[in-house]
Design a protein around this ligand. Structure first.
Ligand code: ASP
Length: 336
C-alpha cells in the first residue's frame, strides 16, 4: 500500500464563499472527505498554510520545501501531494524544483479553478490525478497535475484564468495524460536523477522581472541598483531584441552587470527558445555578460535566479548555474 502525504496550502480548491469573495477555509481532511476513498493508498493529511496563492511568496516556498525535506529524508511517504492556489502555482512548482534538487519521489502540486465544494468542481479529478501520480515510483521530481495532464513543475505556466485547462507545459511535452486507457506516462521524458539529492533552504528575493515595452526609459533600472537588487530577468522582444537607439537599454544592462547584478534575458514569447546570437540587437547584450535563458519560462528564470543568488552573488557563478540543467527546466545542447 503506497503512503501519500496530502499537504494543503489554500487556494480556490479549498475556498468557500464569504462577504468579501472566495477565501481559503477548508483543511486537508475536509478536502479528502469530499474526494472520497482512494484504493491502494493510505493518505495522511496535513495543513501547512491556508492562503490565496497571490499571497504566497518565497518565504512560503521555503516553508513548503522544508516540510517536504523533513518527511523525505525520514522516508515517511512514497509521494507528496500539495493542494495550492492556481495563480502562483507555477512559481511554487518551479521554486520547489530547485529547492529539492534530485528528489526521487513524486511531489505533485494541484488545485482547481472551481472550489471543491462546488458540485461541478474540477478539483476532484485534479486531486485524484495528483494522488495517483504520487503513487507512481517512476515520477521523480516536482510536477503539476491539472486537467488530466501531469507536467513538469519547472515548465509550467498558468495560461488561462477560468478555463479548466489552466496550465501548459512550455517547450516540453507533457509527462503524462489521462485518456480512455487510464494514466499514460511518457517514460521517455522522465528524469532519472543520478546526482545526489540536495535540499536548499534559502532564496535571495532581491530579484525583479521586467517586460520590455517600446520606449521604456532605461533610467528606471537605476532604481534597482540604488535598492541593492542582485538579479533581474528581462523579457526581451521576440528571439532576443533589446533597444539601443535613442533609449540605450543595452548600455544600461551593461552598467548593471558591471555593478555585479546578474542579468538574465528571456523572451516575451511563450513558446520556443530565445537566441540572442541571431540579431545585432541581441549579440550586443551577449558581449556584456548577460545570461541567456534559452527556452526557460519566466517563472523558472525568476525562481532559478533567486535560488542561484542564494548560493553566490557572483554573476559568473550565476551564469554557470544558468548553463546547467537542474530540473529539466532548460534545453541545452552540450553541458547538462
Ligand atoms: N486566487 C486563487 C489562488 O491562487 C486562484 C485559484 O486557486 O485558482 O489562490
Amino acid at each position: 500500500m503506497k503512503k501519500i502525504l496530502l499537504l494543503s496550502t489554500g487556494g480556490t480548491i479549498a475556498s468557500s464563499a464569504s462577504d468579501e469573495g472566495l477565501i481559503p477555509s477548508l483543511n486537508s481532511n475536509h478536502l479528502l472527505s469530499i474526494i472520497g476513498p482512494m484504493s491502494d493508498c493510505e493518505i495522511t493529511c496535513e495543513d501547512i498554510m491556508c492562503l490565496d496563492s497571490s499571497n504566497m511568496q518565497p518565504e512560503e516556498w521555503i516553508t513548503i520545501a522544508s516540510r517536504i525535506n523533513d518527511v523525505y529524508i525520514n522516508e515517511l511517504y512514497d509521494g507528496i501531494v500539495i493542494t495550492h492556489g492556481t495563480d502562483t502555482m507555477a512559481y511554487t512548482a518551479s521554486a520547489l524544483s530547485f529547492l529539492l534538487t534530485n528528489i526521487s519521489i513524486p511531489v505533485i502540486v494541484t488545485g482547481s479553478q472551481l472550489p471543491l465544494q462546488h458540485p461541478l468542481s474540477d478539483g476532484i479529478d485534479n486531486i485524484k490525478l495528483a494522488i495517483l501520480g504520487g503513487c507512481e515510483e517512476s515520477l521523480k521530481g516536482v510536477f503539476i497535475a491539472f486537467n488530466r495532464k501531469i507536467i513538469l513543475g519547472s515548465r509550467a505556466v498558468k495560461v488561462r484564468t477560468t478555463n479548466f485547462d489552466a496550465f501548459e507545459s512550455i517547450n516540453h511535452d507533457e509527462i503524462a495524460i489521462v485518456n480512455g486507457k487510464g494514466l499514460q506516462i511518457n517514460h521517455s521524458l522522465l528524469n532519472k536523477p543520478v546526482k545526489p539529492y540536495y535540499f536548499y533552504n534559502e532564496l535571495n528575493t532581491s530579484v525583479l522581472l521586467i517586460k520590455l515595452i517600446p520606449g521604456m526609459n532605461p533610467a528606471i533600472l537605476d532604481l534597482l541598483m540604488n535598492n541593492n537588487y542582485k538579479g533581474i530577468v528581462v523579457e526581451a522582444f521576440g528571439a532576443g531584441g533589446i533597444n539601443f537607439i535613442r533609449r540605450d537599454l543595452i548600455a544600461q544592462l551593461e552598467k548593471m552587470v558591471s555593478y555585479g547584478i546578474s542579468v538574465v534575458v528571456c523572451s516575451q514569447c511563450l513558446y520556443e527558445n530565445s537566441d540572442f546570437s541571431i540579431y545585432q540587437t541581441g549579440q550586443k547584450v551577449l558581449q556584456h555578460g548577460v545570461i541567456q535563458a534559452l527556452d526557460m519560462t519566466s517563472e523558472a528564470c525568476v525562481t532559478k535566479l533567486m535560488w542561484a543568488l542564494a548560493q553566490s552573488n557572483k554573476p559568473e557563478d550565476v551564469k554557470l548555474m544558468f548553463e546547467t540543467n537542474y530540473a529539466q527546466e532548460i534545453s541545452l545542447t552540450s553541458k547538462e
